[in-house]
Ligand binder design. Structure first.
Ligand SMILES: Nc1ncnc2c1ncn2[C@@H]1O[C@H](COP(=O)(O)OP(=O)(O)OP(=O)(O)O)[C@@H](O)[C@H]1O
Length: 226
């Protein structure tokens, strides 16, 4: 069905927190343009799985590949390059509250090697437009609503045109109406070709926006049949 290499692939991977096996024998693939939910009870291993994808947890057993990087042979110096190919969105916004929106985004561009001021300005405008915040450049995070702050975080994750977004409870702190709007932003990004893997407890979202779903359960990752 798919002719291209998957954006993300795990094969018989074991996910550990320290010496504790959290998830065993995990195998699945995500391809370009797919939208995948990751569900499961508290403590079932969703965050640990996502952390393995962006090399916050080291893959010690099994094989894994994300955006062309082999997780099982990754060197510390590869990690920043891997993270440029995937955008990461958390529940808590983690913006610099003493810097305006533009400065928050410019910080990431500079940290990832951008130097040309005109290109940086243009890219910042593009990503802010993409998330529906085209006029928010000079606003400080505390002058934005929670939903708007999350949009800035999504814009930040998109700066380097990632192949995939990994989102851990991105609507966890938001009201239902605002969550739906944020979901709309993710869907739009997804429709433009970026794969999305989203861990969530929010079953309303799954009902409203059905999609492929993986569940962490009893130390395994199970594909739910639609
Ligand atoms: N830093 C850590 N050190 C040791 N054990 C950890 C650490 N983080 C998580 N764990 C353990 O690993 C297991 C999986 O936790 P994880 O955070 O991945 O679950 P989760 O499904 O994301 O939970 P939640 O929905 O509450 O965020 C739990 O038993 C947890 O106690």
């Amino acid at each position: 069905m798919f002719t291209t290499e998957p954006v993300l692939e795990l094969e018989q991977a074991d996910i550990y927190q320290g010496t504790k096996l959290v998830l065993g024998d995990v195998s699945f693939q995500i391809h370009k343009g797919e939208f995948v939910y990751l569900i499961g009870r508290t403590g079932s291993g969703k965050s640990s799985l996502l952390k393995t994808m962006y090399a916050d947890l080291w893959l010690q057993h099994g094989r894994g590949r994300v955006a062309g990087f082999p997780l099982d042979q990754l060197k510390p110096r590869d990690v920043p390059f891997l993270r440029r190919k995937i955008g990461i969105v958390f529940q808590d916004f983690q913006l610099f509250f003493d810097r305006n929106v533009e400065e928050n985004l410019k910080f990431v561009l500079k940290a990832t090697g951008w130097t040309d001021k005109a290109k940086m300005t243009a890219r910042i405008s593009e990503v802010l437009m993409q998330v529906g915040l085209g006029t928010a450049h000079k606003r400080l995070p505390h002058q934005l609503s929670g939903g708007e702050q999350q949009r800035v975080v999504i814009a930040r994750a998109m700066l380097n045109e990632p192949m995939m977004l990994i989102a851990d409870e991105p609507t966890g702190n938001l009201d239902p109406g605002v969550s739906d709007q944020i979901m709309g932003v993710f869907k739009q990004i997804n429709n433009a070709g970026t794969a999305i893997l989203m861990a969530t407890h929010n079953y309303d979202l799954l009902n409203k926006f059905p999609g492929r779903t993986l569940r962490c359960q009893d130390g395994q990752v199970i594909e739910l049949k639609g």
